[in-house]
Design a protein around this ligand. Structure first.
Ligand code: V0V
Ligand code: CO
Length: 158
C-alpha cells in the first residue's frame, strides 16, 4: 500500500494563495521595459516609485487582461537602495519571488515561529497599496521571498 500523504495543519501555514510576481533587478529600467514589451510581448500594467523601498518599479503582465503572475522590474532610486547593493554585488537578474498571502501579519508571525527571519517587524507599503514583508534569503535557500497582501480593491479571491 502506498504511504499516506500527510498534510500540514492549515492553521500552522502562512496562507499562501498565489504567486503575485517575480522581481528582476535592472540597471536600465527603460531598456528592460522595451525588452519585455517590444521583444517579449508583455504589457505594462503599473508603474510606481516606492521611496521607502528605494525603487522605481514597473509591473508587466503576460496574460490577456493583466491577470495572473506579474513580472516586476525594479531599479534603484539611489545608492542606498537594497537593489543598488544587489546590482553592485551580483549584477542584473532574478531578485525576489513574491507570494500572495491572505494576511501578511499572520503569515509573518507564523514564519517567524518556524524560525525564519522576517525583515520587518511590521508590514510596509508595497506596490499598488499592498502590504509587504520579506523573508531573509539566507533562511530560504538563497531566494529573497516577499509576502504580499494586496490592497482590498486589487484582491482576486480564488
Ligand atoms: C542579498 N542577498 C540575496 C539578495 N540580496 N540573496 C538572494 N536574493 C537577494 N535579493 C544575499 C547577499 O548576497 C549575501 O549573501 C546575503 O544575502 C546577506 O547579505 P547582506 O549583507 O545582509 O545583504 P544586503 O545588505 O544586500 O541585504 C539583503 C536584504 C536587503 C535582503 C536584507 O536586500 C533587503 O532589505 N531587501 C528587502 C527590500 C527590497 O529588496 N526591496 C526591493 C524590492 P553572501 O554574499 O553573504 O553569500 S521592492 C518590492 O518588491 C516592492 C515595492 C513590491 O513588490 O511591492
Ligand atoms: Co516585489
Amino acid at each position: 500500500m502506498p504511504a499516506m500523504t500527510t498534510w500540514a495543519d492549515p492553521e500552522a501555514l502562512p496562507g499562501v494563495v498565489g504567486l503575485d510576481h517575480i522581481g528582476l533587478a535592472v540597471h536600465d529600467l527603460e531598456a528592460a521595459v522595451t525588452l519585455h514589451t517590444q521583444v517579449l510581448g508583455l504589457r505594462v500594467s503599473h508603474r510606481e516609485t516606492n521611496t521607502d523601498q528605494g525603487v522605481v518599479e514597473v509591473m508587466l503582465a503576460a496574460a490577456p487582461g493583466g491577470s495572473g503572475t506579474h513580472l516586476q522590474l525594479v531599479a534603484p532610486v539611489d545608492e542606498y537602495s537594497p537593489v543598488h547593493r544587489f546590482l553592485a554585488r551580483r549584477g542584473p537578474g532574478l531578485h525576489h519571488l513574491a507570494y500572495t498571502v491572505r494576511d501578511v501579519r499572520t503569515a509573518s508571525s507564523i514564519l517567524l515561529r518556524q524560525g525564519l527571519r522576517l525583515l520587518y517587524d511590521a508590514p510596509r507599503v508595497g506596490t499598488r497599496g499592498s502590504l509587504i514583508n520579506f523573508v531573509h534569503p539566507k533562511d530560504t535557500g538563497g531566494v529573497l521571498i516577499e509576502l504580499v497582501e494586496p490592497a482590498a480593491h486589487n484582491r482576486v479571491e480564488g
